[in-house]
Design a protein around this ligand. Sequence first.
Ligand code: ATP
Length: 237
Amino acid sequence: MSAVLETEGLRKTYRSRRRGVRHALDGFDMRVEAGQVHGFLGPNGSGKTTTLRTLLGLIRPDGGRMAILGQEVPEALPTVAGQVGAIVESPQFFPNFTARDTLSLLAEAGEVPRQRIDEVLELVGLRDRAGERVKTYSLGMKQRLAVASALLKNPRLLILDEPANGLDPGGIREMRTLMRNLAESGMTVVLSSHILGEIQLICDSVTIISLGRRVAFGPVGEVLAQHSTGGLRVRLE
Ligand code: ATP
């Protein structure tokens, strides 16, 4: 199987007067195969957001290498950008816009054919509510609208930072169904979380990060069994 996303020895140090020196990524390795829903699990401050933002070219690493869809980044980002959908910060929607208005605006800006709007609304389960204003949506619906916006370009790889954050169990189950459907359609999904139960419910495989280093990876069942028997020395919740 080919890797859709790969990092090797990734390093990033933040230096600020207020917080001092932080080694956010300290030789971080990650490998995600095609067609998986891959969980990126680690406690708060372990380096998940830094990794995802670095992969997307939003942060410059201090060392290491990265590749997306087999091509080195950041050099190849202009080439692969159209095949990557990402949400790495809470999207801000106009509350008085409907979901359809919101996606129409984004589709127009991204030169996406209008028929794709109905396809993504269907995929995220919002087609019936597409004419309602976003301000009437639950948190779960807003998160799914965010995913819909990242799906407009029909990406091969979808990267989501904490998409289940704050969702109730019903919202997490809906997110799971959505992720499974996307993977079945051939898409690879990488999603971060600091909550073990979310990853357990949603993902096939997982990478666990702690203090900027990979501490475990593999099929979710195997890795979490190792964790529950005490073989994995990392606090996850
Ligand atoms: P969370 O789930 O809380 O977002 P995370 O796993 O995504 O955590 P990061 O946000 O990547 O972790 O942070 C990794 C480390 O780098 C933390 O110690 C954090 O305090 C530090 N850090 C992140 N951004 C900055 C910054 N802009 N300046 C200084 N330190 C930073």
